[in-house]
Design a protein around this ligand. Structure first.
Ligand code: 13P
Length: 248
């Protein structure tokens, strides 16, 4: 990994107002020259975005939302957050297409609408794709990835603000990570699918049970530009360890 390396902390529905106190050591690390190529992004729950924005002022650490509505600005949509609102809170990113949202009914078309709307508001997209265990067993992983990419990015013209996060659903929260060969094969497939859509080389991240132990194996995987970390990122010590072991 030579260029920028992304470390994205997806806190999901965890964290309270006191959680920000744990971030001081990470902020100190982010200021060291040695870690200048680490692009650190936090995705706290909506309730903590403002606190994180204040905490990360005058640092290079960015924040992003965990979802957004497909209507860009305002509307009568109880419980929803728009891309404009995320921008207003200092977000540079939004993660879309996460399997935890797909599992409760979000379709490829929904993801596509949200992506185009968030791009219009100049948010950078962390676009999640990945097969379920049943799909892997049926050996349809590549057609699933192909469908998710093509439908999710339909109509997108400018790929400058898109990162791909490959998260096999069976690996999320299970402690199981794909074998090296399988992961490299799937990453190569994703690159091939993308190459038919754009000349841009989009950053490709891996997510799914990344922790401070298995990171030593994951950094050897070819074609990866960073990691999307769930539960291990809620423990700042572990998250720092992941960064340190990647850039040593
Ligand atoms: P875990 O790291 O907890 O498996 O979660 C991964 C994930 O879903 C990040 O978006």
């Amino acid at each position: 990994m030579t260029n920028n390396i992304y470390f994205i902390a997806n806190w999901k529905m965890y964290g309270s107002t006191s959680s920000i106190n744990s971030l001081n050591k990470l902020i100190n690390l982010s200021k060291l020259k040695k870690y200048s190529k680490a692009k650190i992004i936090y995705l706290p729950p909506f309730t903590l975005l403002d606190a994180f924005n204040r905490k990360f002022k005058r640092t290079k650490i960015s924040i992003g939302g965990q979802n957004c509505h497909h209507i860009q600005d305002y509307g009568s949509f109880t419980g929803s957050i728009s891309p404009k609102m995320l921008k207003d809170l200092g977000c540079k990113f939004v993660i879309l297409g996460h399997s935890e949202n797909r599992m409760v009914g979000e379709t490829d078309a929904d993801v596509n609408n949200k992506i185009r709307s968030a791009l219009n508001k100049n948010l950078k997209i962390i676009f999640c794709i990945g097969e379920t265990f049943a799909e892997k067993k049926k050996k349809i992983t590549h057609s699933v990835l192909n469908r998710q990419i093509n439908k999710g990015l339909k109509g997108v013209k400018n790929y400058n603000n898109i990162l791909i996060a490959y998260e096999p659903v069976w690996s999320i929260g299970t402690g199981v990570i794909p074998k090296e060969k399988e992961l490299e094969f799937n990453i190569a497939k994703i690159k091939k699918i993308l190459s038919k859509k754009t000349k841009n080389k989009l950053p490709i991240l891996y997510g799914g049970s990344v922790n401070n132990k298995n990171i030593s194996n994951l950094i050897n995987i070819r074609g990866i530009n960073g990691f999307l970390v769930g539960s291990a990122s809620q423990n700042t010590k572990k998250f720092i360890d992941i960064i340190k072991k990647t850039i040593n």
